[in-house]
Ligand binder design. Structure first.
Ligand code: CDP
Ligand code: CDP
Length: 212
C-alpha cells in the first residue's frame, strides 16, 4: 500500500502550531489531530471524576479509553486544563496509550497533519515533513493574552508569561519524550512572523517534501 503522508508539527505552547496545522489540513484535504487535546481530555476526565492527576495506572486507563473522534475543543480549551494536561503528560504509561491511538490516526488516507510536542521525534519519526514552530516566550504570552481578551476575558500578561515558562520547562525537562526539534525538522520561528507568512513558508516546505 502507498504510505499515507504525514505532516508533523511540534513546538511549545502558543507557538502557532494549531493554526498552521488546521490551515495546512484544509489546503491539502488531510485529516488533522491536535494531539494536545488527547492529553487535555485525559486530564479533564480525571478532574471531572474527582480522581487524582498523579495516579499513573488510573490515568493510563482513562487515556486508553478515549475516543479520538469525540474530542471537543470547546470544553478542553481552558487554561487550567492545559496545565493539568502537562502534568499527566509526564507519565510514560499515559503517553504509551495516547501515542498508540495517535499513530493509528496518522494512517488515515489520504493524509494527516498531527501537531503536538513529540510528533516528529516519537509518534511519527518517519514523517516526510516535520516542522518545529516556535516563538519567544514574550510573543507567545502576548498572543495568549490577545486571544483571551478577544474572547471577552481578562488576561494578566505577567501571569500568563510565568505559566508559559513553567510549561516550557516541564515539557522540555521531562524524561519521556521531552519537547525538542527532531534532527530533520525545519525550524520556523514565528516571533516576528504573521500567520500568513508562516503559512506560506510551511506550504512551500510541504509542497517540496510531498513532491506536489
Ligand atoms: O497550537 P498552539 O498552542 O501552538 O498555538 P495556536 O493556538 O495556533 O496560536 C496561538 C495564538 O497565536 C492564536 O490566537 C493565533 O491566532 C496566534 N498566532 C499569531 O498571532 N501569529 C502566528 N504566526 C501564529 C499564531
Ligand atoms: O495549546 P497549548 O500549546 O498550550 O497546549 P496543548 O498542545 O493543548 O498541550 C497541552 C499539554 O499536553 C502540553 O503542555 C504537553 O505537556 C502535553 N502534550 C504532550 O506532552 N505531547 C503532545 N504531543 C501534545 C501535548
Amino acid at each position: 500500500p502507498v504510505p499515507v503522508p504525514v505532516i508533523a508539527i511540534d513546538g511549545p505552547a502558543a507557538a502557532g502550531k494549531g493554526t498552521l496545522a488546521r490551515r495546512l489540513a484544509e489546503l491539502y484535504g488531510f485529516h488533522h489531530l491536535d494531539t494536545g487535546l488527547t492529553y487535555r481530555a485525559t486530564a479533564r476526565a480525571l478532574i471531572d471524576r474527582g480522581l487524582p492527576l498523579d495516579d499513573e495506572a488510573l490515568a493510563a486507563e482513562v487515556a486508553a479509553g478515549l475516543d479520538l473522534g469525540r474530542l471537543d475543543r470547546a470544553v478542553l480549551s481552558d487554561h487550567a486544563i492545559g496545565e493539568a494536561a502537562s502534568q499527566v503528560a509526564v507519565m510514560p504509561k499515559v503517553r504509551r496509550a495516547l501515542v498508540e491511538a495517535q499513530r493509528r490516526f496518522a494512517l488515515t488516507p489520504p493524509g494527516t497533519v498531527l501537531d503536538g510536542r513529540d510528533i516528529g521525534t516519537v509518534v511519527c519519526p518517519d514523517a516526510p515533513l516535520k516542522l518545529y514552530v516556535t516563538a519567544s516566550p514574550e510573543v507567545r504570552a502576548r498572543r495568549r493574552c490577545d486571544e483571551i481578551r478577544a474572547g471577552g476575558g481578562e488576561a494578566d500578561f505577567d501571569r500568563i508569561l510565568a505559566d508559559i515558562r513553567l510549561r516550557d520547562a516541564r515539557d522540555s525537562g521531562r524524561a519521556d519524550s521531552p519537547l525538542r526539534p527532531a534532527d530533520d525538522a525545519h525550524l520556523l520561528d514565528t516571533s516576528e512572523m504573521g500567520i500568513e507568512a508562516a503559512f506560506e513558508t510551511a506550504r512551500r516546505l510541504v509542497d517540496a517534501a510531498l513532491g506536489l
